[in-house]
Design a protein around this ligand. Structure first.
Ligand code: FES
Length: 242
């Protein structure tokens, strides 16, 4: 996908880090030795995006000035990494994974739900300003496909109606629960766990069990013959034939 800055008419007139972020940026830049301040470029862009929601032209100019870098070098970084938003985003940025495992598990329905409840087109802020959505590559939660990310949380095991409800709840300010949206607790088989199912593994009743069957903790931790001694060649008695 071609990644370009938003057109000039969308760009704000200027950019400045908040007082708190400016203080943070100073410390971040100071982590690097003289002449290596450019190494802070990603962290400054990220903090700028956290502040504004997206990376703007004036933000890139400002960061280039802070790091004594040419504008084009900062622009290259911002346009290379897809984690940087180059157009305005809604309060909630919905990132829908559409890579093969999620697609095979039904991400088309998740995309349709976003089109219906947010906007027919990705990278476009909804009329109420609360949402925008985009397609992304694998987010590493394929075992709970299909899934999407909102803010820093994953929402997994989705389908069309579940995604619609998720978005409706979020829009209405109702709490939503990250993680699997079906009966799964994490990434166990969809029909329920098939291994490590013994309740005592999790209820604390196993604690200290080793001691009760005779092998105390102290015995377990007692030093044994060092491996280097065990594996050393046997010493021959003096005068023995070689
Ligand atoms: S393919 Fe969607 S999380 Fe990996």
């Amino acid at each position: 996908m071609l990644r370009r800055l938003a057109p000039p008419e969308m760009q704000p007139a200027d950019f400045a880090f908040s007082a708190e972020n400016a203080e943070w940026a100073k410390k971040e830049i100071a982590k690097y030795p003289p002449g290596r301040q450019a190494s802070a470029v990603i962290s400054l862009l990220w903090r700028g995006q956290e502040q504004e929601g997206w990376v703007t032209h004036p933000m890139i100019e400002s960061i280039a000035g802070m790091l004594s870098m040419p504008f084009i070098r900062v622009l290259e970084v911002a346009t290379f990494y897809t984690m940087f938003n180059l157009v305005p985003v809604g309060t909630h940025l919905v990132q829908v994974c559409t890579t093969s495992p999620c697609w095979l598990a039904g991400s088309d329905a998740v995309v349709e739900a976003c089109k219906k409840h947010i906007h027919p087109h990705p990278h476009t802020v909804s009329a109420d300003g609360k949402f925008s959505w985009m397609e992304v590559e694998c987010l590493g939660a394929c075992v709970n496909a299909p899934m999407l990310q909102i803010g820093k949380d994953f929402y997994e095991d989705l389908d069309g109606p579940v995604t619609e409800k998720l978005l409706e709840d979020l829009r209405a300010g109702r709490p939503i629960k990250p993680g699997p949206q079906n009966a799964r607790h994490s990434s166990e088989p969809a029909g329920g766990a098939t291994t490590l199912t013994e309740a005592s593994l999790y209820d604390g009743s196993m604690i200290g069990r080793q001691n009760r069957i005779g092998n105390t903790d102290a015995e377990g931790k007692a030093p044994t013959q060092a491996a280097s001694d065990r594996e050393a060649p046997a010493q021959k008695p003096p005068g023995a034939a070689t």
